[in-house]
Design a protein around this ligand. Structure first.
Ligand SMILES: Cc1cc2nc3c(=O)[nH]c(=O)nc-3n(C[C@H](O)[C@H](O)[C@H](O)COP(=O)(O)OP(=O)(O)OC[C@H]3O[C@@H](n4cnc5c(N)ncnc54)[C@H](O)[C@@H]3O)c2cc1C
Length: 589
């Protein structure tokens, strides 16, 4: 199915995912320009994509435009945790934690069991009695709050560990730094893939979706907003999109995170530890660890926030406070930076607020949704669409997204159980099938069909052998990727999981997507050259001593399809930076 021309108001087969190729984008743009929608969503991060899905599954006609790639903002730069937020318990914010844990249960059990999975954590204790009692009580409340929901997909409860037991599961910890630990469970997600899957699901139900379309202004009749003026950044064409309600979900794009190889930290569990101002996460991520986050103000570029040497050193220092064998700069395979959306007026001292969201209607025809966190995107989307429905005076049903599995969820468990059979019939190793199932769920047969048609696509990508060549083709033919950065940075994570940021794989990847994207030889060369220049600028920015220098260096190579006057049309308040995934390659323990 494609998102096709013409606005389809209703479901078109809930288990289907739209095929987002260049033809589907052109058709969606034609439909967006030619119809008055009930709802146009601006911003293709997790919130905007969630709004689109919520609205279309209530029977509304929906469009979604994103200025860059889907999830290119904060939604591909998070710590990738689906969590209740243990630390908010300290603020006695039980309602917020309970709400987020309910979402965690839904995502694990119903909505996206293929993309969201349990992850174990260790909270090292540094004092003997009071801390064990204090943290233990907090984690007990955390578990109890999550037990009030049905779908925990078997997340085990927490347990207390002696120092000896803690060192057994996490030998990387400094013996002198701990007196014991508390083990508990949370969940994690491939944030960029999740957004993309939301978008494909929404398109499957009839939403018209297009990336690289930047909204430049609002259409108005009197005070009322009646649509937007937008630019197709790929062609420079201007489009007017008419809609009875426009939802602004443009977030704010900053935080630093490091990625380091798995064999650099000997532990079978993630680790969470306090820092002076916040907490530090060391989170398992396939063959890597991600370590974050910083939490500093950022005033530079929103599309490409940069990490400086000081940010990277800060994260390494914080991790080394608890690690037996210290990490060094060379261990860092990748770094990423995201901007945390804060509500206007929110200050550093009130970062609690940053996890809550607001929905506002500043003028008729316009709904703003801002704040919140990834885990609770569905609630933000529900509230925004409630506001839309109210303003439309439309008898739409209530949100049903708590019962709408994302593309690839339906049938996932049965396919998982049949993975050995799939391995036999496809000729792929069972580990590859598992990798595919965790990324595509029950859409995996679409990739296996590509391999069947061209067995060469069943080979790993040279220089990025975690991924099959079929996945690269599929990113361009089905998943809306339009440029190399989309493929290396968001459909896959080659850009942060390989020390050379995917340079060795670049030529092969360019060759694989040139066909589906209809690139000429000249364009393919230009795209590859641009990717190389971006990597060089990013590396240089990470050697810079200050944010300003890092920003200036990174800014020398903008996105291949640069947004115009970046940030003008967004503006949901102030921002703080955080992030940094450091990936460490190696064997897993
Ligand atoms: C470092 C870091 C770690 C985090 N970790 C977690 C975590 O572990 N768990 C958790 O639950 N939350 C986490 N968060 C919070 C979470 O990532 C964000 O709350 C969430 O991703 C915000 O999504 P969004 O859709 O509002 O914004 P974005 O993802 O930023 O999406 C907004 C989109 O709007 C687009 N846009 C802007 N202007 C225009 C325009 N004019 N026209 C068209 N499109 C436009 C942008 O390109 C962008 O893609 C973290 C945040 C950070 C920074």
């Amino acid at each position: 199915m494609t998102s096709g021309a013409g606005v389809r108001p209703g479901p078109a087969g809930w288990a289907d995912a739209a095929r987002l190729d260049p033809g589907a984008r052109s058709a969606a743009l034609a439909a967006l320009a030619g119809t008055e929608l009930q709802v146009l969503v601006v911003g293709g991060g997790v919130v905007g994509a969630g709004v689109a899905l919520d609205a279309v599954t209530r029977g509304l006609t929906v469009g979604l435009v994103e200025a860059r790639d889907f999830a290119a903002g904060t939604s591909s730069r998070s710590s990738k945790l689906i969590h209740g937020g243990l630390r908010y318990l300290e603020q006695l914010n039980f309602g917020l934690v309970r709400e987020a844990l309910a979402e965690r249960s839904l995502l694990l059990g119903v909505i996206a069991p293929h993309l969201v999975r349990p992850v174990p954590f260790l909270f090292p204790l540094t004092h003997r009695l009071w801390e064990r009692a204090y943290v233990g009580a907090g984690v007990s409340v955390y578990d109890a709050l999550s037990l009030s929901f049905g779908h925990t997909r078997g997340l085990p409860g927490h347990h207390q560990l002696s120092r000896r037991a803690a060192l057994k599961v996490a030998p990387a910890l400094k013996r002198s730094a701990i007196t014991g630990a508390i083990a508990y469970w949370d969940a994690q997600v491939d944030d960029a893939r999740y957004v993309l899957t939301l978008v494909r699901t929404a398109a499957g139900y009839g939403a018209q979706v297009a990336s690289r379309v930047q909204v430049r202004g609002l259409l108005r009749e009197g005070e009322r907003v009646t649509g937007v003026r937008a630019v197709d950044l790929e062609t420079g064409d201007e489009i007017e999109i008419r809609a009875q309600q426009v939802v602004n979900a443009t977030g704010v794009w900053t935080d630093d995170i490091l990625v380091v190889p798995k064999d650099r930290i000997h532990s079978s569990t993630g680790i969470i530890t306090r820092t002076a101002d916040s907490v530090l996460f060391i989170i398992p991520w396939g063959r890597y660890w991600i370590i974050g986050t910083t939490d500093t103000d950022w005033v530079g570029s929103k599309p490409e926030p940069a990490a400086s040497r000081a940010d990277i050193d800060y994260l390494i220092d914080q991790a080394n406070r608890v690690l037996k064998t210290p990490l060094a700069r060379d261990d860092v395979v990748g770094v990423y930076t995201g901007l945390r959306p804060l509500l206007a007026g929110e200050s550093e001292s009130s970062s609690r607020l940053s996890r809550e969201h607001v929905v506002a209607q500043p003028v008729p025809g316009l709904v703003l949704v801002a704040g919140g966190k990834y885990t609770t995107y569905r609630l933000m989307a529900r509230d925004a669409v409630d506001a839309v429905v109210h303003a439309l005076d439309w008898r739409a049903p209530p949100s049903c997204t708590d019962r709408v599995p994302l593309a690839g969820a339906d049938g996932y468990l049965a396919l998982w159980n049949a993975r050995h059979r799939l391995a036999l019939s496809s000729g792929l190793h069972v580990a590859r099938i598992e990798h595919l199932l965790r990324r595509y769920g029950s859409l995996t047969p679409e990739l296996l069909a590509l391999v069947e048609a061209d067995p060469g696509l069943g080979r790993p990508v040279t220089g990025a052998d975690d991924y099959l060549r079929a996945e690269i083709v599929y990113a361009a033919s089905h998943e809306g990727a339009r440029h190399l950065d989309d493929v290396l940075g968001r459909r896959t994570h080659i850009a942060i999981e390989t020390p050379d940021r995917g340079m060795a794989a670049l030529e092969e990847i360019t060759g694989l997507i040139a066909g589906p994207l209809r690139w000429s030889t000249r364009q393919a060369a230009r795209e590859a050259e641009h990717y190389r220049a971006g990597v060089t600028a990013e590396r240089a920015s990470q050697e810079a001593g200050t944010d300003a220098d890092a920003d200036a260096i990174r800014g020398t190579v903008p996105d291949i399809v640069p947004v115009l006057g970046a940030g003008e049309a967004s503006g949901n308040g102030a921002r703080r930076r955080g992030g940094g995934v450091a990936g460490v390659r190696g064997r897993s323990h």
